[in-house]
Design a protein around this ligand. Structure first.
Ligand code: SF4
Ligand code: SF4
Length: 90
């Protein structure tokens, strides 16, 4: 019998403790979906030929930015978004 474990992104919101946030430079993105394939949390969504990031479930690991062949994603200190409230859980 194979144990069935919950998919990480369906069982825990990781956005509350993220230290770095992936930021997409949309003009560089060609929609190749490499980031979508590599994201361990399933927090990258396909969207009209590009991608978007569900920050509630992104843990800030940076794999997406590292794997992006076009350098369209960069990791930014979460503290620099203080006051915006975007993606951080209450
Ligand atoms: S890997 Fe980079 S270029 Fe490809 S879809 Fe993701 S952000 Fe866009
Ligand atoms: S940093 Fe990128 S790869 Fe890591 S969880 Fe967030 S969206 Fe996924």
């Amino acid at each position: 019998m194979i144990p069935v474990l919950p998919t990480p992104h369906l069982s825990s919101r990781t956005g509350a403790w993220r230290m770095l946030r992936p930021v997409l430079e949309a003009e560089k993105c060609n929609g190749c979906l490499v980031c979508w394939l590599f994201c361990p949390e399933g927090s990258i969504r396909r969207e009209n030929g590009s991608v978007s990031i569900d920050l509630d479930y992104c843990k800030g690991c940076g794999i997406c930015a590292r794997e992006c062949p076009r350098r369209a994603l960069r990791m930014v200190e979460e503290a620099s978004f203080m006051g915006e409230g975007g993606g951080k859980l209450a």
